[in-house]
Design a protein around this ligand. Structure first.
Ligand code: NAD
Ligand code: ZN
Length: 248
């Protein structure tokens, strides 16, 4: 791993337009469970059953009870870990420009990144399905499910359910920053959910170096990414940042 960390420091040090693509893995150390893999929500529930827009429309109270309420309790108290902080530090160092995140937890903004593209929307806000009013999730009274707006419409997360479109502006901007970046750091994503998983492909085709940080190989490993640093986001980012700060 030492040689790979050194290689990443070497690749990132001259970069000025780096972009990070992040997934659920980066937030595990902040106490937010991933969907897939060990301890993931999918071990307990069928994603298509719970996180599909049709399920929400059919039975919003059930989806709120199983998915949204637990997530709300977890996300309300979660704080950025050294993985998020390291990516924010890359921006301060003038190396990284943007973060494309599949996460809906708001932790990159909390860590200090200023250009965060929320590919799958956000859980920090709920939206009324009747009048479109937005309300901060932390302000939502979830004592009765589903929670309702002052207009009595049902509140839904301002996030993308399965079966829904990616917000067009997020998709365009992601494609744009991916095609312009010099390095793409792919952190904590299994890279199987499309179209997010095609952003490293765009980066690669545009000439960027693609570096993965993940304890496990992914769909990109050996195909799209130049190399995988096998480890957790917090530990690996700490080592990369120490190295970069040593150079400056
Ligand atoms: P995923 O659950 O499919 O994959 C998680 C990846 O993280 C795996 O490849 C795993 O090996 C890796 N990982 C595990 N521990 C890690 C660590 N300490 N450091 C770095 N990587 C680690 O996640 P995904 O690819 O993001 O796709 C799932 C979808 O679920 C996303 O679209 C996202 O919207 C949603 N989701 C979001 C959150 C969140 O906001 N934090 C949480 C769960 C799911
Ligand atoms: Zn309303």
């Amino acid at each position: 791993m030492d040689a790979l960390i050194a290689r990443a420091i070497n690749d990132l040090s001259p970069a000025r337009q780096a972009v990070a693509l992040t997934g659920a893995g980066i937030s595990i150390d902040s106490g937010i469970p991933p969907f897939r893999g060990k301890g993931g929500l999918w071990e307990r529930f069928d994603p298509m059953e719970i996180a599909h827009i049709d399920s929400f429309l059919r039975n919003p109270a059930m989806v709120w009870r199983i998915l949204v309420k637990d997530l709300k309790d977890i996300i309300d108290t979660a704080r950025p870990n050294d993985g998020h902080k390291g990516i924010a530090r890359l921006e301060q160092l003038g190396i990284l420009k943007s973060v494309i995140t599949q996460n809906i937890d708001g932790l990159h903004q909390m860590a200090g990144n200023t250009d965060v593209i929320e590919f799958h929307g956000t859980f920090a806000w709920q939206r009324c399905m009747t009048c479109d009013r937005r309300i901060e999730t932390s302000q939502v009274d979830a004592s009765e499910l589903p929670p309702r707006c002052v207009c009595s419409g049902i509140l839904r997360p301002d996030a993308v359910f399965f079966g829904e479109m990616i917000p067009p502006a997020a998709l365009w901007r992601s494609q744009e920053v991916a095609s312009r970046c010099d390095v793409m750091l792919v952190v904590g994503t299994s890279a199987v959910v499309q179209p997010a998983a095609s952003m490293p492909v765009i980066a690669k085709q545009s000439g960027a170096i693609v570096i993965e940080i993940n304890p496990e190989p992914t769909a990109l490993t050996g195909m799209i990414s130049d190399y995988l640093i096998p480890g957790g986001a917090a530990e690996v980012m700490n080592r990369i940042i120490s190295g970069l700060e040593g150079i400056r």
